[in-house]
Design a protein around this ligand. Structure first.
Ligand SMILES: [Zn+2]
Length: 129
């Protein structure tokens, strides 16, 4: 019987070299990670915030909320899937420079179609007149 592959992750605490199965790893509350990195947390971000059992206990002792890594990652993956479904990813884009550029292009396109329409109308009147 072959054992299934177990993903091994390492504690990010400075000087800590503990490696463990991801099922045994902990991460801070997503809200706290977001505050720390200053933007929405993606499942990939979690890798930078993994703690071993010992250091997650220490963190809890300082009042930090620590959660299972696997469960938190699943939560974030579901959140990403939900966002993609609802299109709110694009709503978020509107707050970025790329999003603003995209919105500007849309506005320009609208203005162009409007002026084209008007030009057509003008042509029609000039031809008819
Ligand atoms: Zn550790």
């Amino acid at each position: 019987m072959t054992n299934q592959l177990v993903a091994i992750v390492a504690c990010v605490f400075e000087g800590c070299k503990v490696r463990m199965a991801e099922e045994r790893a902990f991460v801070p509350a997503v809200d706290d990670i977001r505050k720390a990195i200053g933007r929405a947390v993606t499942p990939i971000d979690l890798a930078d915030h993994i703690y071993c059992g010992y250091h997650s206990r220490l963190a809890r002792g300082t009042g930090m909320r620590m959660y299972g890594f696997v469960g938190t990652r699943r939560l974030l993956e579901e959140r990403v899937a939900d966002h993609q479904k609802s299109g709110s990813v694009f709503a978020k884009y509107s707050q970025t420079k790329v999003g603003m550029a995209m919105a500007a292009v849309k506005i320009v396109n609208k203005a162009e179609t409007h002026s084209k329409k008007r030009r057509k109308e003008a042509d029609a009147t000039s031809c008819g007149g």
